[in-house]
Design a protein around this ligand. Structure first.
Ligand code: GLA
Length: 389
């Protein structure tokens, strides 16, 4: 929908004009998966699709939430902004962010009418929930004049997801949505939150996202299990290295020396993935800076294999898309992106191979799974902002 169509929808819903239109994007992660909550590196970029929030003061003592993607209207009195709604209610994502403002001493004294619309494919692992969180944090930061910086807004979004949606997520998705920059990927150290914007200049190559449309959505139970398994591994490693702060501090060589302190075989494999993925991410960013895109692509494929075999977050749908992509000439690299268990892969594909890629990967995937995948050529875009047209 265009901004003027959204403004019209707001008028239809609330009988007045929206005072502001805010937007925050979804993201795709190029490499560095399941490293963020282990203090490691990630390398995501913001996309052109995301979530819009239209808003106007309503002179009442409540917030009204409507979404063009969902049927119901939800009214929350201003004295109940820190109380979650029942589990899985979509309003928990924005509400959890507003609760963070209240908890930091910034009361919401005025009511607002709010309309949300998003065009991130749902359940695709492209962070529609982070887009919704960050657009809320961005909007309320402006409306309340709280002056939080973009990193703090990302943190507010992450806490909303943890406290109101029950996912023990890292900060990657919200950070990418808040800090994204056109034609750049964000090389983020998730321990210190220091980051660099690295130009993604890919002559004759596109970032292609392939959507499994797999019925398995990001399963917060399986995700939270991975977080716990990493914590188990970390606490066992501390028996031989007490000062170890997080798994991502270990080099591959360190892990070969002390990894046997992890007694649980599953936790061992999870930790091995984290350690190898952090090494791959660092190397991939150096390769990209040096213009060695072939090396970058090879590391993407190795990342997928590690997520498949050690971290076990892929499955038939993601594996089929990635493995079929690897067979095609002109594919530089391909891997699952995001939390896994369904969702999308990300591939670097030469311009002249894109049509063949869509055709051959699409056919093979449909043959194996009975589902037709979707393909999007990603446009790497800016992070959260107000839209003034
Ligand atoms: C989800 C989480 C992120 C990150 C990825 C895996 O997208 O929200 O914090 O852990 O999975 O890299």
């Amino acid at each position: 929908m265009t901004t003027s169509e959204l403004r019209r929808a707001f008028r239809d819903a609330y009988g007045k004009d929206a005072e502001h239109v805010y937007f925050s994007p979804g993201r795709v992660n190029l490499i560095g998966e399941h490293t963020d909550y282990n203090g490691g590196y990630v390398f995501p970029c913001a996309l052109s699709f995301g979530t819009y929030m239209l808003i106007a003061a309503n002179g009442e003592k409540c917030l009204k939430f409507r979404s063009l993607n969902m049927p119901e209207v939800t009214e929350i009195p201003l004295n109940l902004l820190t109380t979650p709604l029942p589990a899985r209610h979509w309003v928990n994502y924005p509400l959890g962010c507003i609760a963070q403002f209240v908890k930091r001493g910034h009361a919401v004294r005025e009511g607002y009418d709010i309309l949300i619309w998003g065009n991130v494919p749902a359940g695709a692992g492209l962070s529609s929930s982070a887009a919704l969180e960050v657009v809320t944090a961005y909007a309320f930061n402006e409306l309340l004049g709280t002056g939080f910086n973009r990193t703090e807004l990302a943190r507010i979004g992450q806490l909303s997801e943890q406290e109101f949606a029950g996912v023990r997520c890292g900060i990657m998705d919200q950070f990418a949505s808040a800090q994204g920059k056109k034609d750049h990927a964000i090389y983020l150290n998730c321990d210190t939150l220091d980051f660099e914007l690295v130009p993604v200049r890919l002559n004759g190559i596109k970032v292609v996202i392939s959507n499994t449309h797999s019925p398995h959505k990001l399963d917060s139970g399986a995700y939270n299990d991975r977080v716990s398994q990493c914590q188990t591994a970390l606490s066992e490693l501390r028996s031989v290295r007490p000062e170890l702060k997080n798994l991502a501090e270990l080099t591959v060589e360190d892990f070969e020396k002390i990894g046997s302190a992890i007694t649980d075989a599953v936790a061992y494999r999870r930790a091995r993935h984290v350690v190898s993925e952090v090494a791959r991410t660092k190397e991939a960013v150096s390769a990209l800076r040096a213009g060695d895109i072939e090396r970058f692509g090879k590391l993407m494929c190795e990342s997928h294999i590690s997520l498949r075999d050690d971290y076990e977050v892929t499955g038939l749908h993601l594996d089929t898309l990635a493995e079929e992509a690897w067979k095609i000439e002109g594919v530089i690299g391909s891997r699952m992106t995001g939390g896994g268990f369904g969702g999308c892969t990300v591939s670097l594909v030469r311009d002249e191979a894109i049509e063949t890629f869509k055709q051959l990967v699409g056919q093979a995937y449909e043959r194996k799974t009975g589902i037709r995948p979707d393909f999007y050529v990603a446009q790497i875009s800016d992070g959260a902002r107000e839209i003034n047209d």
